[in-house]
Design a protein around this ligand. Sequence first.
Ligand SMILES: Cc1cc2nc3c(=O)[nH]c(=O)nc-3n(C[C@H](O)[C@H](O)[C@H](O)COP(=O)(O)OP(=O)(O)OC[C@H]3O[C@@H](n4cnc5c(N)ncnc54)[C@H](O)[C@@H]3O)c2cc1C
Length: 283
Amino acid sequence: MTDVAIIGSGPAGLSAAVNARARGASAVVYGRDPATSALYRAPALLNHLGAGGRPGGELLREYIAEAEAAGVAFERGRVSQIITGGVSFGIIMGSEFFQAKTVVIASGGGAAKTVPGEERFVGKGVSYCATCDGALYRGRDVAIVAETDEAREDAELLARMCRRVYYVDKIGKGLPGERSNVEFVPGDVSGVSGGEYVEKVEVGSSQIAVDAVFFIRPVVPVSGFIFGLAVDPSGAIAVGRSMETSIPGVFACGDAAGKPYQLSKAIGEGLVAGQSAARYNSV
Ligand SMILES: Cc1cc2nc3c(=O)[nH]c(=O)nc-3n(C[C@H](O)[C@H](O)[C@H](O)COP(=O)(O)OP(=O)(O)OC[C@H]3O[C@@H](n4cnc5c(N)ncnc54)[C@H](O)[C@@H]3O)c2cc1C
């Protein structure tokens, strides 16, 4: 089992990983393509000491090489859920499951765009992971909103378990196989509604009765990734000075932990989070 699992391969996550390694902990970074980091898009870093106006992509490549040299391991992909409870954490990425003693969330500030009603029903019919939650809706009707390639596999999985799957194809790639219980729905889901649990999704002017809706997006809102994590009024993860969150053993840093969205803060907070996670493991 890994000592420190880091979600996000931007500067905050890489800094946390390198500093966890420096304290003797094993560290795995679970991250999407580095080109998805905000740093990759920064044309010239003028306010980060030592960067000398260099482009962010250049710095990021160096950070990754340094992390690899420090013995940090990488798993490429999108984490859809972190399972809390017990003495360790479960990390779900695609159809894979990993375990770690502590978690550092460094998933950046690229807040996922949610639709009205979505956040209210997280865990009550709104899901971001078919592998994790699909079986809860066996024999029932669900919708899946496909915004990444992974959604095609997820739709196949749901079609094997659910009675009917409404497939909102936002990537326009169709599905690998044909299934009689999958209905393609043009347009986009514009709202989620229900009582205690999801009952309907709105698509254009029509409403479709479903028991669940799976949003498969490139960015998962933090509220969907890990249950029970406190956020501040701006929606950022609430942290203390050791970068600890409301969940023991879970730390957060960088843009995910709030403003200012700046490289120096991301790297500094990553250092604190990495050290805190390594220390948490050793006590
Ligand atoms: C155009 C632009 C210019 C900028 N210029 C400057 C500047 O001049 N000076 C400065 O100090 N700052 C600048 N910044 C801000 C700086 O780049 C960010 O503050 C910094 O990159 C934040 O680092 P981070 O690691 O917290 O987040 P990010 O760099 O955004 O990295 C987060 C990573 O986590 C990944 N991720 C998210 N969710 C998941 C998931 N579920 N599973 C796996 N991976 C996930 C993301 O895809 C991303 O790769 C600029 C940003 C932009 C966009």
